[in-house]
Design a protein. Structure first.
Length: 205
């Protein structure tokens, strides 16, 4: 259900009705209710009085806050990871980046999101920022929704894989300033795209 929401099979505002979901997924109502509670905690589902659970909407203010949190946490993690870089961490980052590039090439959203999460996990682990990574994971559903919006656009200042390569290169070179700049460039690019796309959605509703 998480992937169906992130990939747009369930649209913002769509009702999540238990019986059809049980039939589609082959599970009990208890499982559906538990799943909906998890997705509500992730910000992907809202419970409305009189309507029940629906797919949560996302507006520009939500997106701005998410990107601001990412800037604070990811730039700090990239800097510290660059300061702490080792041969072992370099190998892990480069392997994670290879898988991420394969995900971009395959154009399989689920695989790409997992590969992206694995790459960032290595960055935060290398920084020793485990609590910050827990915060990012709590936002991961909404981060993935924004990522899904911005992946297919041709208006990026720089392609996604190029941004990730720049982040990786800066970290493994042990250059904290370059690592911070690479993360800022990546997030500024995607945040601008998300802002425009969400503004268009708001005008059309």
């Amino acid at each position: 259900m998480r992937e169906a929401i992130i990939e747009g099979h369930f649209k913002p505002g769509d009702r999540l009705v238990e019986r059809p979901l049980c039939e589609q997924l082959g599970v009990s109502r208890t499982v559906i209710r538990e799943t909906i509670r998890y997705l509500e905690a992730e910000g992907l589902v809202e419970i409305l009085s009189g309507r029940g659970p629906i797919v949560a909407t996302m507006n520009r203010d939500d997106a701005r806050q998410i990107y601001e949190i990412r800037r604070m946490l990811e730039t700090a993690a990239a800097r510290k990871c660059a300061e702490n870089i080792t041969e072992e961490r370099t190998l892990k980052l480069e392997t994670a980046l290879l898988h991420l590039k394969q995900g971009f090439s395959d154009k399989t959203p689920g695989a790409l999101f997992r590969a992206t999460a694995d790459f960032y996990s290595e960055v935060f682990d290398g920084a020793g920022h485990h609590i910050a990574w827990e915060v990012v994971q709590r936002l991961n559903g909404r981060i993935s929704r924004l990522r899904m919006m911005t992946l297919t656009t041709a208006e990026r200042a720089q392609p996604g894989p190029a941004h990730m390569q720049a982040i990786c290169d800066a970290i493994v070179s042990g250059n904290p300033d370059a690592a911070e700049t690479a993360v800022h460039n990546h997030l500024n690019d995607t945040a601008a795209i998300a802002e425009r796309l969400l503004a268009e959605e708001e005008r059309n509703t």
